[in-house]
Design a protein around this ligand. Structure first.
Ligand SMILES: Cc1cc2nc3c(=O)[nH]c(=O)nc-3n(C[C@H](O)[C@H](O)[C@H](O)COP(=O)(O)OP(=O)(O)OC[C@H]3O[C@@H](n4cnc5c(N)ncnc54)[C@H](O)[C@@H]3O)c2cc1C
Length: 422
């Protein structure tokens, strides 16, 4: 049984609001403190939620509002820059359909569900430090204010302040040597992709796109970049120059890339610099503070799993806090999550290297990929353990040491193939 009544959640991105919604459902009062001064309205790139992320939202009754603002994306098409189809990956049967979001729409929908659930959200609250005692946590914000609660949840993203405060020796994010650019184009005039997200191995760089029936298109580009570049450094180069460089990169490909780049509205280019992931984070919790989402386990965007894993972890953390006292709750949460998220991060590192291979690597990839994707069994084997992950909200979490740790059902929703892969 929990001894936690109140939680303060640092970060109002994805993991923060979902943790707050789930905690409210668990009977724990939650307040979100976000560093930005307002909601992230306006421009933002495309982000895809996978079946497992949507299933985790459904487990806490938070999916309906979110799914309404996402574009169903039931299949992924892998192709070469010459337009040769390497394979199609359909969503596996029996799981929620993947959805693509404009990032600000997803954030807004999550905050809408959170506030409807009674969660308070305070903006302009950048965490600067905290003190954890036997009785509670006192947080200090950069604006000089403080707040207190029974626990503090660090949902403050890949450059987490909470992580550094928990463990000054914590590793830093590492560059995955790919620049991330992207955005949205309205009225592209291009033919819709019929609910498919296309992932194209262009001659010089990777390109992704999905075009809705009305011509609205989400796109992204991953350019090889041996040196790390921060978002701030990337933005020192004018948008027009980036668009010129992108056109040159995709000039020899037979893709809608050039048509989309020509239609990027002024101020419509999202540029995050070189993308990053996190090496294993040794300390996930200490005292009354705990990490969730990218703060604990950021995978490079190539996995298409960062947000979904953040949602899964948020829901599992709330279950643990509902059912167990501290410190067992945090230990059970880490036991439930660490192996899975680190396995996915490791696997994605391989995907990143596939995005910028040399000529021999390209040939091998183009020959082997269609074989790998050919049968349902292979797709199930490759993706089943990721996409079929199901959280049983009602299952009571056992204290670590009591095996099995209940809740991420070893039966419900897990195929035999998945069990073989675990
Ligand atoms: C280019 C790109 C494309 C991506 N595409 C996908 C995709 O298609 N699918 C997918 O699943 N994932 C994708 N990801 C990854 C995904 O965005 C992250 O995994 C996800 O946002 C993690 O959620 P989070 O809540 O942990 O962190 P964030 O969403 O980063 O939220 C952290 C929040 O904490 C706030 N904050 C930071 N510091 C403080 C502080 N000191 N005090 C208070 N607040 C603070 C920030 O302002 C922010 O609002 C992509 C990432 C990038 C960069």
């Amino acid at each position: 049984m929990t001894d936690v009544r109140t939680a303060m959640i640092i970060g109002g991105g994805i993991a923060g609001p979902v943790t707050a919604i789930a905690l409210r459902r668990a009977g724990i009062d939650a307040t979100v403190y976000e560093a930005h001064h307002s909601r992230a309205d306006g421009i933002g790139g495309a982000l895809m939620l996978a079946p497992n992320g949507l299933a985790a939202l459904r487990a806490i009754g938070a999916a309906a509002t979110v799914e309404r603002v996402g574009l169903p994306t039931p299949r992924m098409v892998m192709e070469t820059g010459a337009g040769k189809r390497l394979g199609t990956f359909e969503d596996l049967p029996g799981v929620p359909t993947s959805r693509t979001f404009a990032r600000p729409d997803l954030y807004a929908a999550l905050l809408e569900v959170a506030t409807a659930a009674g969660v308070r959200v305070e903006y302009g609250k950048r965490l600067a430090g905290f003190d954890s005692t036997a009785d509670g946590v006192l947080a200090r914000f950069a604006d000089g204010t403080t707040a207190a609660a029974d626990v503090l949840v660090g949902a403050d993203g890949i450059r987490s302040t909470v992580r550094a405060l928990l463990d000054p020796g914590a590793p830093q994010p590492r560059s995955v040597r790919l620049l991330g650019l992207g955005g949205w184009v309205d009225g592209s005039g291009l033919r819709g992709t019929g609910g498919a997200m296309h992932f194209a191995f262009g001659r010089r760089a990777f390109f992704g796109y999905q075009i809705e029936d009305d011509g609205r298109a989400g796109w992204f580009a991953n350019l090889p970049s041996p040196e790390p570049v921060t978002a701030a450094q990337a933005r020192l180069t004018p948008e027009a120059e980036w668009l010129r460089r992108l056109r040159a990169v995709y000039a020899d490909d037979t893709l809608p890339a050039l048509a989309l780049l020509d239609r990027v509205p002024e101020g419509g280019l999202v540029n995050v610099g070189t993308m990053q992931d996190m090496p294993p984070v040794p300390v996930w919790h200490r005292g009354r503070a705990v990490l969730v989402g990218d703060a604990a386990h950021a995978t490079s965007p190539s996995s298409g799993q960062g947000a979904s894993l953040a949602i899964e972890s948020a829901v599992e953390l709330a279950r643990c806090l509902r059912d167990l006292p501290l410190p067992q709750a945090f230990a059970a949460y880490e036991a439930l999550r660490r192996h899975r998220v680190e396995k996915i991060i490791k696997r994605t590192a391989r995907v990143n290297s596939d995005k910028a291979p040399g000529p021999v690597g390209r040939l091998v990839r183009d020959l082997t990929f269609p074989i790998a994707m050919r049968t349902f069994y292979r797709q199930e084997r490759m993706m089943g353990w990721v996409h079929r992950h199901a959280i049983d909200w009602d299952a009571v979490v056992a204290s670590p040491g009591h095996s099995p740790v209940a809740g991420h059902s070893p039966v419900a929703g897990h195929s035999p193939v998945e069990r073989a892969n675990r």
